[in-house]
Write a protein of this length. Structure first.
Length: 137
């Protein structure tokens, strides 16, 4: 094993641990952020073949795979506002930047359900986007 491959194995370990600490920091910093999905890191060992000449060895290392748990539901938070909503199970709220649904309007999806009525009675979120829906009879 060369000194270069030994150092490279150590560097990959330090880099992977740094990535894990950064993910933990993100999770702590965003613990009170509405709609934030927890991140996780999986470690994978790097296995290398033998060197070009017989009897040599090259050190492996480690790498990380970052994952965001977007399919996991968040914890419902109690609210005193009658217009705050939550989705149980799969699905998203459809929001729009134009309450009239004109052809050039851009749509977005969100799981955050904090909406408040504006001066026209339309429900808007904190980003100013309008909640979309269908009228019920």
């Amino acid at each position: 094993m060369s000194i270069g491959s030994a150092l490279q194995a150590g560097v990959s370990g330090l880099r992977s641990q740094g990535n894990r600490l950064a993910t933990i920091s993100d999770n702590i910093a965003n613990s009170a952020t509405v709609g934030y999905k927890r991140g996780d890191v999986q470690f994978s060992s790097l296995v290398t073949g033998s060197g070009a000449s017989r009897g040599t060895y090259s050190a492996g290392g480690v790498t990380t795979n970052n994952r965001t748990e977007i399919t996991r539901e968040g914890v419902p938070i109690s609210s005193t506002s009658p217009t705050d909503l939550a989705i149980g199970g799969d699905g998203f709220f459809v929001v729009n930047d134009d309450p009239t649904n004109s052809p050039g309007a851009s749509f977005a999806l969100t799981r955050a359900g904090a909406f408040a009525p504006d001066e026209n009675g339309d429900l808007r979120n904190s980003a100013g986007l309008y909640l979309q829906g269908f009228a019920l009879n």
